[in-house]
Design a binder for this molecule. Structure first.
Ligand code: NAD
Length: 516
């Protein structure tokens, strides 16, 4: 396991995670505060050998961890939660410093992490205990059971935008299912990732090293993890990286769980509560500086309420500003390279029929970007088709729910979504091509541990959270036990007789041939 060295002081001139590309030959990753450029810590970068060593440690630990009862694993996971609560001030301060988000948002993120650890720990047995299944009439002399085996070692590769919540959607569920985890946090949240692994070990000193190991580095370290022989890779990040990981994993048919990007749409129907919809959209579009995979990026609002809705959004956003003090609504952009993308999307929207009704190009002020609302941008513009990942939102006026649904579904992404309607919320939700939909709220699904989360196409493959999130990290093992032999009915033997076949030819039409 890599060790981490903390340094203090201001040295923005040093190479930093905030401005370094994936490099070769670099041995140290420098973590910086995105609001100030100050150095927070340095971390040794794990090369291929270090990654292999971490996976070997996790492999050894998996013999102990995987053999524990669900009750024992639950106890260890819940102790980890209690440890996280005990050090929550320190953790939230670290998240604020390394990621930029407000301390309150850091605490809310921690709260969600604790909810998910608890859900995974407490529900793993119910979801994953062996299940007896009916053997079918022709195999009635068998007992049939599905057992769910831990896969072994899971390689988790995380992003930086929700530096504890997002990777935990894989880590807690993989651990609860009996796997050990080698975790490569984003180069923009390395100190936070190490903190999580350290607290697990501190909470559970009697466990062998390697149940949860952090390894540090850029894309090259992640790539080494993908080809290290782990039993599954659980990745959260951009669709482009997800595709590279899937291609590399294909060489060994290593399974992948991919949580990619989003361009989430919100439909505001004519019968919506306009104030509530505007309040939720304003929050969902700008919180965390818009750096939310399931954040609100597109809105389709009925023409009959468009003006009232825009007026309300303006009202809400007039009091919303970024910063890094305690009064700030949200923090800086964590990754400097994203600032240019946001600027380009605003320019692109204005060049493609859009009008800025809140903010504009001048809202991009270094790492801090003020809220920007863009009205009636052409649907084919990049600002509408591609993930912006900034505190901006496009609002399009539509004539009907049908038009709204069609435009919302016309995307290469399919992650989250939301609908505001007093009477037809669920009905509209069912028509959306998305992994999750909140009705009369935004992002509600992400806070309910039992609900699976994920999407298709550029939004990824598979699901985190809930029962499907546990199932991602097990191999079903089918066990068929012959309880007694039926004389003359030895189907799987050369002892099978002509009269057995005669009987079967009479039975099969009775069982399967009666349906008209
Ligand atoms: P990213 O793809 O740049 O990096 C993600 C991780 O992959 C990092 O740890 C990085 O070091 C690693 N990586 C880079 N190249 C690699 C390679 N070739 N092999 C293995 N690992 C490699 O993404 P990001 O900028 O950190 O995160 C932002 C993206 O994540 C956005 O698109 C956002 O929508 C998405 N996201 C999705 C979810 C979700 O649950 N669907 C949640 C949060 C963020």
């Amino acid at each position: 396991m890599s060790t981490t060295e903390s340094t203090t002081g201001s040295s923005p001139a040093k190479p930093s995670a905030a401005n370094a590309e994936t490099t070769t030959g670099e041995t140290v990753l420098t973590s910086v505060n995105p609001a100030t450029g100050e150095t927070i810590a340095t971390h040794p970068i794990a090369d291929e050998q270090a990654v292999a060593a971490a996976v070997a440690t996790a492999r050894t630990a998996s013999a102990t961890w995987g053999a524990l009862s669900f009750a024992d694993r639950k106890r260890y996971l819940l102790r980890w939660s209690s440890r996280l609560v005990a050090v929550s001030d320190e953790l939230c301060e670290l998240i604020h410093t390394e990621n930029g988000k407000t301390r309150d948002d850091a605490f809310l993120e921690l709260m969600l992490v604790l909810e998910h650890i608890a859900w995974a720990a407490k529900n793993a047995e119910k979801v994953l205990k062996p299940k007896k299944v009916a053997p079918g009439m022709t195999m009635a002399n068998f007992g049939a059971t599905i057992e769910y085996r831990p896969m072994g070692v899971i390689g988790v590769i995380g992003p930086w935008n929700y530096p504890i919540y997002t990777p935990n959607g894989s880590i807690a569920y993989a651990l609860a299912a009996g796997n050990t985890v080698v975790y490569k946090p984003s180069e923009y949240s390395t100190s936070i990732g190490n903190f999580m692994a350290k607290t697990f070990a501190e909470a559970n000193p009697e466990l062998p090293a390697g149940v949860l190991v952090a390894i540090n580095g850029y894309g090259a370290t992640g790539a080494a993890l993908v080809t290290s022989g782990v039993d599954k890779v659980a990745f959260t990040g951009s669709a482009a990286t997800g595709k590279r990981i899937m291609a590399a994993a294909a060489e060994t048919l290593t399974p992948v769980l991919i949580e990619g990007g989003g361009k989430d749409a919100v439909i505001v129907a004519a019968d919506a509560d306009i104030k509530a919809a505007a309040d939720a959209v304003a929050y969902g579009a700008t919180m965390n500086s818009g750096q939310t995979c399931a954040g609100v990026e597109r809105v389709y609002v009925d023409s009959s309420i468009r003006d009232a809705f825009v007026t309300e959004i303006k009202k809400v956003l007039s009091g919303v500003h970024p910063g890094s003090d305690d009064k700030a609504s949200y923090g800086p952009m964590t990754m400097p390279s994203q600032i240019d993308i946001v600027r380009r999307h605003i320019d692109n929207a204005l060049a493609n029929g859009g009008t800025a009704v809140v903010g504009g190009p001048e809202s991009v002020k270094g790492p801090f970007i003020e809220p920007v609302v863009l009205l009636d941008v052409d649907e084919g513009a990049q600002a509408v088709t591609d993930e912006t990942f900034g505190p901006t939102v496009t609002i399009r006026t539509v004539k009907s729910v049908d038009e709204a649904v069609e435009l919302a579904n016309n995307s290469k992404y399919s992650l989250g979504s939301a609908v505001f309607s007093r009477k037809q919320g669920v009905e509209i939700a069912r028509r959306l091509h998305a992994g999750a939909t909140s009705v009369n709220s935004v992002l509600g699904f992400a806070a309910i541990s039992a609900l699976p989360f994920g999407g298709r196409r550029d939004s990824g493959i598979g699901r985190i959270h809930g029962a499907p999130g546990l199932m991602e990290f097990v191999d079903p093992h089918s066990i068929a036990v012959q309880r007694f032999a039926i004389p003359g009915m030895a189907l799987l033997s050369y002892q099978r007789t002509a009269s057995t076949m005669k009987l079967l030819r009479r039975l099969v039409p009775l069982i399967h041939g009666r349906h008209k």
